[in-house]
Design a protein around this ligand. Structure first.
Ligand SMILES: [Zn+2]
Length: 263
């Protein structure tokens, strides 16, 4: 009798919750790689290494203000288009890498749609992922992203992403640099029991922003580690396979709202 009751409770409480957010169980060793700020090395160095290992990734592109020091150190749109053709996700990091919380709704929309239009003109699919420039965010920005039908927005926070508790428009990540090899290797160990590890990476190398630099040799070492330990490495967009994103946005909103109010 107790067994039947347990089974009943399992069906009532576990299965509906499960099916609401997850389409299928999150496998262990699932890692999402995200690259920010469009430094040129993401095309010349990162993409070939990712292809060599058969890894997916998301590239959060922006333009910065025109001729930001030396524009040749950044991806041009032909290279961004090539990354799309190679199967990588091209995603939105605003036109000029502006702190989103400081903008009016119209100002933010302009920043967002500039990248969308640029993608459209080059046959790149409409961006469905966003990364907060400088990790700067506000409740209004998240609401706007939801309204504009964005699936994911990536933040910082140094913790694993649990799709059943973390809102898809506030996905936590760890930032890889030259200085935190051990922290990143430890982060990879968190990818189990429904949790996904999301990594933020800048230039490999990053000539314009040395404080977020990752040397190519160290990047390759991390990728080799993931391959040797049989990790699955994908883009944020690829998480569609596992998550009912719109349902997750709705279901997780009340909890998220509480966090927003604390901010
Ligand atoms: Zn950035």
């Amino acid at each position: 009798m107790l067994k039947i009751l347990n089974l009943f409770l399992l069906l009532v409480f576990f299965l509906p919750g499960y099916s609401k957010i997850l389409k299928r169980p999150i496998p262990d060793k699932l890692v999402v790689l995200t690259f920010d700020d469009a430094p040129e090395s993401q095309y010349t160095i990162v993409a070939p290494i990712l292809k060599e290992f058969g890894f997916g990734a998301t590239f959060f592109v922006c333009e910065f203000p025109p001729n930001y020091r030396d524009s040749t150190k950044y991806l041009n749109w032909r290279q961004i288009q090539a990354l799309d053709r190679m199967g990588f996700e091209i995603a939105n990091h605003t036109k000029s890498h502006v702190g989103a919380s400081h903008l009016s709704e119209a100002g933010f929309e302009e920043q967002l749609t500039y990248i969308e239009k640029k993608c459209d003109s080059l046959g790149i699919p409409k961006t469905s992922s966003f990364a907060f420039p400088g990790y700067d965010w506000s409740p209004a920005v998240i609401e706007k992203l939801a309204k504009e039908h964005y699936d994911f927005a990536r933040a910082g926070g140094n913790k694993a992403y649990d799709p059943e508790t973390d809102h898809p428009l506030f996905v936590p990540s760890w930032a890889m640099t030259d200085k935190n090899k051990d922290q990143i290797t430890a982060a990879f160990q968190e990818a189990h029991d429904g949790k996904i590890v999301v990594i933020t990476i800048h230039g490999v190398p990053d000539l314009e922003h040395p404080w977020v630099n990752t040397a190519p040799a160290l990047f390759r070492e991390h990728m080799q580690y993931l391959a040797d330990h049989h990790y699955q490495v994908i883009s944020l967009r690829d998480l569609n396979k596992y998550i009912h994103i719109k349902k997750a946005q709705k279901i997780l909103f009340p909890e998220f709202r509480k966090r927003m109010e604390k901010k």
